[in-house]
Write a protein that binds this ligand. Structure first.
Ligand SMILES: Cc1ncc(COP(=O)(O)O)c(C=O)c1O
Length: 423
């Protein structure tokens, strides 16, 4: 089966109709209309219709968890049914076909892609696997998500590696490079950055950091939980050593999917802290070699139907166009940020520089406690956004992805004004 045929079995084709007697919760899907500059709203409304997200509230927390589209859910359901009917083990073909789609999606080679359950697992494989000794130093930003930072704290606790953090500069690309550089010493072995920070949505210049790290022989890992599926990029062009992401955020993949990329020339620098079938050929008791691919970190039986669903999610985004998705999400964020900045007592914590943010906006109001702001937006105005308590930022985060609209952003702004009037 070639890749095209494989994808067509997953329901990504023009019609993509699969119902399996399910109720409205997983609706049927139909082809998207052709995008037209005259009427982009009609296109995005059709995209919204692809998501069985309840309309009883407005979902603006894609940075926390991304909903999957009906075609992804249908594909997983169909694949699960098909695989259960034969109950065969293996499924290398599904894994490898999706690996090829993921490699295209991220700008990598197929052999550099490993499937994980989430970003945390991808980040942890790197943190646990690099050969570090007591006193070796690791740098990451103080806004790192626990799923990005705790694996290093664990390494610090277990092996005496030293964690050093810097506060990200929301105003300057150079500022961030300087803050990282200021922490580098001869003992620095690793720099890790969130591609986009979870609390306030700061986009780092990861290409410049990769260059800085490579010049000094320092490993550079990107926690990409907030980037894959939000905007396009090419890992080979960035030049990082490794990158981890979740399928169940901006990519719109099934829950429990993640991807780890390890640059092929550096593959052997990451030891497999967990290994088993799929890690490589062996002969008990002495012979075991790793397969020459990142797949060596996939061990034991996997849920292949969700990996098949992840391929559908990527194909769906490709069919819309990653540039278009990125421009739309950032356009909504820009619109929202501009409007929020005009509201008295509102402070937007996300950078104003277009080069330093994408599709998330974090803000607070001097006149309303952030808990009350969050609670009121959630309960009185029916938004699902995210409270930001990290590092005392005390704010609220709004994600704007492909199923959101300008009208959603207008309602956020009107609601904030309403809350302020009543305060
Ligand atoms: C930057 C970052 N890293 C890691 C994670 C953890 O993601 P997961 O729970 O999918 O592993 C998140 C979740 O929001 C995140 O924003």
């Amino acid at each position: 089966m070639n890749r095209k045929q494989f994808i067509s079995t997953l329901g990504v084709g023009a019609a993509g109709l699969m119902t399996f007697g399910c109720k409205n919760s997983i609706a049927t899907t139909k082809a998207l209309p052709v995008f037209s500059m005259e009427n982009p709203d009609a296109f995005w409304a059709a995209v919204r219709d692809e998501f069985p997200l309840t309309r009883e509230r407005t979902y603006m927390n894609n940075g926390g968890l991304g909903p999957a589209s009906s075609r992804v859910l249908n594909a997983v359901q169909a694949k699960m049914k098909e695989l259960q009917e034969t109950s065969e083990s293996g499924h290398d073909e599904i894994m490898d076909e999706t690996r090829a789609v993921a490699a295209d999606f991220l700008g990598a080679d197929t052999d550099e892609i490993c499937f994980t359950r989430n970003s945390t697992e991808a980040n942890s494989i790197i943190a646990a696997g690099l050969k570090l000794k007591e006193g070796d130093e690791v740098i990451f930003e103080s806004h790192a998500h626990p799923g990005g930072g705790i694996a290093w704290m664990n390494r610090q606790k277990r092996h005496g590696v030293k964690v050093k953090i810097f506060d990200p500069d929301p105003d300057s690309i150079e500022g961030n490079l300087n803050r990282i550089e200021a922490l580098i010493t001869p003992k620095t072995r690793v720099i890790q950055l969130s591609h986009v920070t979870a609390p306030t949505g700061i986009l780092f210049d990861v290409k410049a950091v990769a260059q800085m790290a490579r010049e000094r022989d320092i490993w550079f890992h990107i926690d990409g939980a907030q980037s894959a599926g939000m905007f396009p990029f090419n890992l080979h062009e960035i030049g990082c050593h490794s990158y981890g992401t979740s399928g169940h955020k901006w990519m719109g993949g099934p829950r429990g999917t993640g991807i780890l990329y390890i640059a092929k020339d550096h593959m052997d620098e990451v030891e497999a802290s967990h290994a088993g079938a799929y890690s490589g050929p062996y002969e008990f008791p002495d012979t075991f070699t790793y397969v020459p691919r990142a797949q060596r970190h996939e061990y034991g039986t996997r849920n292949t139907e969700i990996i098949a669903g992840l391929a559908v999610a990527m194909q769906f985004q490709n069919s819309i166009g990653m540039d278009r998705i990125a421009a739309y999400g950032q356009g909504l964020a820009t619109y929202l940020q501009k409007g929020l900045r005009e509201i008295d007592s509102v402070e937007v914590l996300t950078p104003e520089d277009l080069r330093m943010y994408r599709s998330m906006t974090t803000f607070k109001c001097a006149k309303v406690d952030f808990h009350n702001l969050y609670e009121s937006l959630s309960h009185d105005y029916h938004f699902r956004c995210r409270i930001v308590e990290e590092r005392g930022l005390n704010a609220v985060r709004i994600s704007t992805h492909l199923y959101n609209s300008k009208a959603d952003c207008d309602r956020v702004m009107e609601s904030v004004q309403d809350i302020l009037r009543k305060a």
